[in-house]
Every structure is written in structure tokens, then in C-alpha cells.
Design a protein around this ligand. Structure first.
Ligand code: FAD
Length: 323
């Protein structure tokens, strides 16, 4: 999101920007898995752009035909007891019917994106510009999670004050059941205290239509930071077994046999604490560090960081003029 925001802003101000992406798709931690007739958001689950630049982009600039407002609310849970949130009127939560990676795909549509290009090193040229994979660029914005960015910085003998940037790991479990869930009042459950191993449960097929075949149910469980850290390398069967204990506790013992069960291991899921963008980057620099690790976790913040990075290179006035 950060790289896409920066590239869009640079393009809007008349600059040429190239994105080097190590994967065969854009989106990073806004990721999906399609398995059989199921679609799971394995990374970012709910998009909450209100009050951020992403709001205008998502709701008014990009194609909205696949975008939906999530109707059912988010509930909290205490030891798996769902609790209705106090008060109403929380921020609108959005998702894309075909999966949340539709957002980065839409953002990337008119950009010069080079897929399957992992950047391991940079080279600083005497002119002050940078060589990236044999091509020369006036400036570079690094947007991977901070530990990965730090490694790339070392290749040009640079370091930045990153001590505060700490990410939590997250085991994300995708489950597909040939069962229909009885009426529930929520699309997701959250343990805000992160005391229970089941930190987040998204009922994907309640959140959005088209996420599971008719009469089936799709879920994504995100396990707590402490569970995820302790079990990061544990066998898949054990992690799925533990997860199913919580699901059967919630919905009944017939929910113990998913037809699809997959574990995605996120080493750097979201930052618990961040380094500050303005401390890490200084005006005049041509090597900028961006991404959620220098602002805050979540898609809308990562997007803001990309705009800020582009603003450092072009001047904020140029960005404002470009809308
Ligand atoms: C399980 C989980 C649940 C989440 N839930 C939510 C949620 O509900 N709502 C929400 O808003 N946010 C959520 N988030 C957080 C959100 O996904 C991130 O904050 C945001 O997407 C980060 O964007 P970014 O651009 O900073 O980094 P990333 O998304 O990590 O993007 C970095 C990109 O750089 C690429 N890359 C990395 N290293 C290299 C390299 N060496 N060379 C080339 N390319 C490289 C990566 O492949 C990736 O595409 C969640 C994240 C996770 C993991």
C-alpha cells in the first residue's frame, strides 16, 4: 500500500516511478488465498479508510463495483463469549467481494510494476543517484517491513533509528466448512486484550457474499501474538487442531472437520510500536523509508506513509496540486 500510494502520487506530479515487487502479485500484507470455491483474506481483513487519504481514493477515485460496506458489526469477545460492542456508529468497514487484494490491484492498474523482482542490494552512484537492478534512479523509497528494509540499507552502508519498530508475528488460519452457520449478529470477533489465543475471527462468508460456495462457510482466524510467537514453527496439524478447539467451542462439535484448512505464517504482521517517519527520514534525502513500520499498522496508515514519502521527494505543494 505504501509503495502503491507513493508511485501514484509521484505519477500524479509528473514523475516516473517504478515499483519492484518480489512477489508475483501486488498488495503485500493485503493478501488473499483462493482454494476451491473459497476466498480468504489471509492478511488485512477489514478496510477502514475513514479520515485518511485512502477514503477518497477507495470511495471516489477507484472502481467501486466490487467494494462493499460490511453490514454486520465487529463484536468483542471475552474467553470466546461474544459481547455486543457498546454504542453504535463505529467507523464503516469495507471489503471487496472478490477479496481485499482487489484494492492494491486497482491502485496498481496504471503503474509501472515489475513483479518477481526481489531487491537485495542498492548501489549509490557518485552522482548521488541509486542503481537498482542495473537501472539508475534519482531516488528510492523502501517499503518492506523495517527489518527487511534495514538489510537493504546496509548494502549502501546506511542505517536509520529503527529501534522502536517492533512487529508481531501472526498465524492466520483459513478454514472452509461444508456447513452453513446459523444466524450470527457479527462478521468478526476480536479479543482486544489479546489474552485468548483466538485474537480475531473473521466469518468471511458473513463479511461478504461470494467467499464460499452456497451453503458453505469460510472463516479466517488470526492467533494472538503470544500464541503465534510460541507456535510459529509448529506443525500445521497442531495449529489447526488448536484453532478447531475454539471454533467448536463457539459453534458446536460438528465444526471439527473443515474441508479446507491452511496456515499462513506472517513473521511481520503489524507493528506493535513504530519508528517515526520524521525521525527516520530527513528532508533532502533521496533514500526514503516508508511503510506501516514508520507510521502505524493498517492499510490506511501505510497508504498515508507512501504519500508522505512522495511528498518528501516532490514537495508537499506538488502533491496537493495533483490532488
Ligand atoms: C494477518 C494480518 C491482518 C491484518 N489485518 C488488517 C486489517 O484488518 N485492516 C488493515 O487495515 N490492516 C490490517 N493489517 C495490516 C496491513 O495489512 C498492513 O499494515 C499494510 O498492508 C502494510 O502495507 P505496507 O505497504 O507498509 O507493507 P507491505 O504490505 O508489507 O508491502 C511491502 C511490499 O514489499 C514487497 N517486498 C518486501 N521485500 C521486498 C524486496 N526485498 N524486494 C522487492 N519487494 C519486496 C512485499 O512483497 C510487499 O508487496 C493486517 C496485516 C496482517 C498480516
Amino acid at each position: 500500500m505504501s509503495g502503491l500510494a507513493a508511485a501514484r502520487a509521484l505519477k500524479a506530479t509528473g514523475h516516473q516511478a517504478v515499483i519492484f515487487e518480489k512477489n508475483d502479485h501486488v498488495g503485500g500484507r493485503i493478501a488473499i488465498r483462493r482454494i476451491g470455491g473459497y476466498v480468504f483474506d489471509s492478511g488485512a481483513s477489514d478496510l477502514v479508510p475513514r479520515g485518511h487519504a485512502l477514503e477518497q481514493v477507495m470511495l471516489h477515485e477507484l472502481d467501486t463495483s466490487d467494494l462493499i460496506k460490511i453490514e454486520k458489526p465487529l463484536y468483542m469477545h471475552a474467553s470466546l463469549r461474544p459481547i455486543m460492542p457498546e454504542g453504535r456508529g463505529g467507523p464503516e468497514r469495507y471489503t471487496y467481494r472478490s477479496g481485499n487484494n482487489r484494492l492494491p490491484e486497482l491502485l496498481a492498474a496504471d503503474l509501472d510494476v515489475r513483479l518477481n523482482q526481489q531487491i537485495e542490494t542498492l548501489e549509490k552512484l557518485p552522482s548521488g543517484s541509486y542503481k537498482v537492478l542495473a537501472e539508475e534512479y534519482d531516488a528510492v523509497i523502501l517499503t518492506p517491513p523495517i527489518p527487511q528494509t534495514a538489510t537493504i540499507l546496509w548494502s549502501v552502508s546506511e542505517s536509520r533509528p529503527f529501534a522502536n519498530a517492533r512487529y508481531r508475528p501472526c498465524l492466520s488460519i483459513m478454514l472452509g466448512f461444508a456447513l452453513q452457520l446459523k444466524e450470527v449478529h457479527y462478521h468478526a470477533l476480536l479479543d482486544p486484550e489479546q489474552r485468548h489465543p483466538l485474537m480475531w475471527l473473521s466469518l468471511e462468508s458473513v463479511k461478504s457474499p461470494n467467499r464460499a460456495p452456497e451453503g458453505h462457510t469460510a472463516m479466517v482466524v488470526q492467533l494472538s501474538p503470544s500464541y503465534s510467537l510460541a507456535n510459529f514453527a509448529a506443525p500445521e496439524e497442531r495449529i489447526i487442531g488448536d484453532t478447531l478447539d475454539y471454533i467448536t467451542w463457539l459453534y458446536g462439535k460438528e465444526w471439527d472437520k473443515p474441508e479446507v484448512s491452511v496456515v499462513k505464517r506472517w513473521k511481520y504482521s503489524q507493528p506493535d510500536s513504530v519508528a517515526l517517519f520524521d525521525t527516520v527520514n530527513e528532508p533532502g534525502q533521496k533514500l526514503i523509508v516508508s511503510g506501516d513500520g514508520v507510521v502505524a499498522g493498517r492499510a490506511e496508515n501505510a497508504y498515508d506513509s507512501g504519500l508522505k514519502a512522495a511528498g518528501l521527494l516532490t514537495g508537499p505543494a506538488a502533491l496537493e496540486a495533483a490532488g
